[in-house]
Design a protein around this ligand. Structure first.
Ligand SMILES: NC(=O)NCCC(=O)O
Length: 383
């Protein structure tokens, strides 16, 4: 079986382990159980008809005396590109809007309050080709582009916050950015968060396409909690997550596009670790499928030129502050993961583990300030 046919670790364990052993393995792998969320039968039927995977889980928290539960439902959407990469651009974008629109409709049936799509969801992940045309033509205005208008309609219709990561064209400064547009459930554009760290690894050399983000670590206060977006490669940078958390993020989304050969061993760890370290929830989303490009390209690794750069392995999941996580969506199929979070869990875990209280950040800030200076001398003792 090839890596792009292997459906998921979870499925493999379930089909090979006896029940009692499976429960122990799951406890060790995923932490405290996130019970299955009962989803309406109309949603289950629609997902089957529309041929995507639908899964639901819950993270509960202890009942408190002074605060009522703060339950929020998030939806994570992963999907493959709908049309071939050489189809006309407007056809590709339109087909993807329709596909994602039908998934969002099911999310609405499941009572989702906040939905997030994968990185640059309207286009193939073409940066590996190093060609500018036609890929830069997918870039749109964050405020007035067709994709934002489409998401505003969804947000209003379903009373849902929509996080829409796109390739952004900023006409004013003739600049492209890798941007998540955050649309309030009222339908208005609440703001945008631009990707802070640009990969320079393998085929992910994206710095010639768009600039390092200038929106810092913005957090969006919504009716359903304080939300932040740490786009893809930003998940390798603990300080990036940390700063979103310092600005008050209760849920940090990580819309991504990444392939198996490069990052799969890191995937289950990084967003989960960020949830633990920052006493918050994190939502990791990755696209699925293998995308073929007409022109061959090399990967700077001494190997022959090729037409694709590997399998995007999906596996989207949600992690909680207590170290637990949901099982992932499949590695191969379009999917919607619906997860109910009680945001009270963040403070409960913070009060228990106190990472922020014990973090000694002022001392680290001072030392970090020294470490980045050109005259820095590492504190190293030698015999
Ligand atoms: N899109 C993107 O930033 N990919 C980089 C690969 C990774 O971080 O796994």
């Amino acid at each position: 079986m090839s890596a792009c046919e292997f459906e998921s670790l979870e499925k493999s364990l379930e089909s090979h382990l006896p029940e009692a052993e499976l429960a122990e393995v799951k406890r060790l792998l995923f932490g405290r159980e996130t019970p299955k969320l009962a989803l309406p039968s109309c949603a289950v039927e629609a997902a089957a008809e529309r041929r995507f995977e639908l899964k639901g889980y819950t993270f509960d928290a202890a009942q408190e005396q002074l605060r009522p539960p703060r339950r929020v439902r998030v939806g994570l959407v992963q999907h493959r590109i709908v049309l071939p990469t050489d189809a006309p651009i407007l056809d590709q974008v339109g087909a993807t809007h329709s596909r994602v629109g039908e998934i969002v409709e099911v999310a609405a049936m499941c009572g989702v309050n906040v939905i997030c799509f994968q990185e640059t969801w309207t286009m193939p992940f073409a940066f590996c080709t190093r060609e500018k045309e036609p890929w830069t033509e997918f870039a749109e205005s964050a405020e007035e582009g067709n994709t934002t208008r489409f998401c505003q309609e969804l947000a209003k219709k379903y009373n849902m916050v929509v996080i829409s990561p796109i390739l952004e064209r900023e006409e004013l400064h003739s600049t492209l950015w890798n941007t998540a547009v955050v649309i309030s459930n009222s339908g208005s554009v609440l703001g945008k968060s631009r990707k802070n760290h640009i990969p320079r690894v393998g085929d992910f050399n994206e710095s010639t396409y768009y600039m390092e983000g200038d929106t810092g670590h913005t957090v969006f206060q919504t009716q359903f909690g304080k939300l932040a977006v740490n786009i893809c490669y930003g998940r390798h940078h603990p300080l990036n997550w940390f700063m979103y958390s310092m600005n008050g993020a209760e849920i940090i989304f990580n819309p991504s596009a990444t392939v198996g050969a490069l990052s799969e061993p890191m995937w289950p760890i990084e967003a989960r670790n960020a949830a633990i370290a920052n006493h918050c929830f994190t939502c990791a989303i990755n696209r699925v499928g293998t995308e073929h490009f007409k022109s061959e390209f090399t990967s700077g690794d001494g190997k022959k030129a090729h037409h694709d750069f590997g399998h995007f392995y999906g596996s989207s999941y949600v992690a909680g502050p207590d170290g637990s996580r949901t099982p992932g969506l499949s590695r191969t199929r379009d999917g919607l993961l619906v997860v109910e979070l009680d945001l009270n869990l963040n403070r409960q875990v913070s009060d228990k583990w106190s990472f922020k209280m014990t973090g000694r950040y002022a001392e680290y800030a001072e030392k970090l300030g020294e470490a980045v200076r050109p005259d820095f001398k590492p504190k190293l003792i030698k015999e």
